[in-house]
Design a binder for this molecule. Sequence first.
Ligand SMILES: Cc1cc2nc3c(=O)[nH]c(=O)nc-3n(C[C@H](O)[C@H](O)[C@H](O)COP(=O)(O)O)c2cc1C
Length: 219
Amino acid sequence: MSHSASQKKRRVTVVNASPRKKWITAQILRSAYQGAVDAGAETEYVDLYDLTFSGCRSCLACKRKGIANPCKCYWKDDLAPLLERIYNTDSLIVGTPIYFGEPTAGFRALFERLIFPALSYNDYSTQFQGKIDTTVFMPMNAPQEYYDFYYVDRMNLFFDPMRFLNGKTELIPVCDTMQVDDYSKYDMQGFDGDHKKKRHEKEFPKLLDLAYRIGAGTR
Ligand SMILES: Cc1cc2nc3c(=O)[nH]c(=O)nc-3n(C[C@H](O)[C@H](O)[C@H](O)COP(=O)(O)O)c2cc1C
């Protein structure tokens, strides 16, 4: 390895796939971002819902014979430059709330556009040359026991195609989150606001600390 290559900064891309820019997902990701910045990584933070984009349009440009770069999404919208930057990152840190038992629609669109170009339709191998380690924070209302019983298998299945990026993928469920700061103002009788608040005060700082260390690469 050349001297300059060994000096290369670690690249970290943080993507908030929650439409809320200041709430649970965003706070976790801001902490991860800060960790990466403090560790001297080349870091960017993106609020996905600020961009105008769609999921895969099945244009199949990435599967045409003779294209210069097969692992590239050729659809031109706000997502295309972000996808390019993600393909060049070392560490992708994403947060997506769970909506109806799945990552958000925004995340799903990103996922389709990121993974489909990597998938070879010749032999189903990956045509991505790099390696990206991914951490996915998944805030949700569901308590941990519910996640362990109903969600864990389907999340593992959903995220399985991340293997086309050649790195490790770690899923971190963030359970029983506070959806609003004052439950008394909402018709949300199905939730115990006091319990949520207490849990939040106890558990959330630990999570922010974990996110910081993941961002810093020190965990
Ligand atoms: C449209 C919608 C659907 C949701 N569906 C689920 C669900 O199926 N399971 C769950 O545990 N939480 C569900 N939630 C709760 C969110 O996942 C939870 O409040 C999360 O903390 C939101 O992240 P945020 O604080 O970053 O916005 C849903 C929330 C919304 C707005």
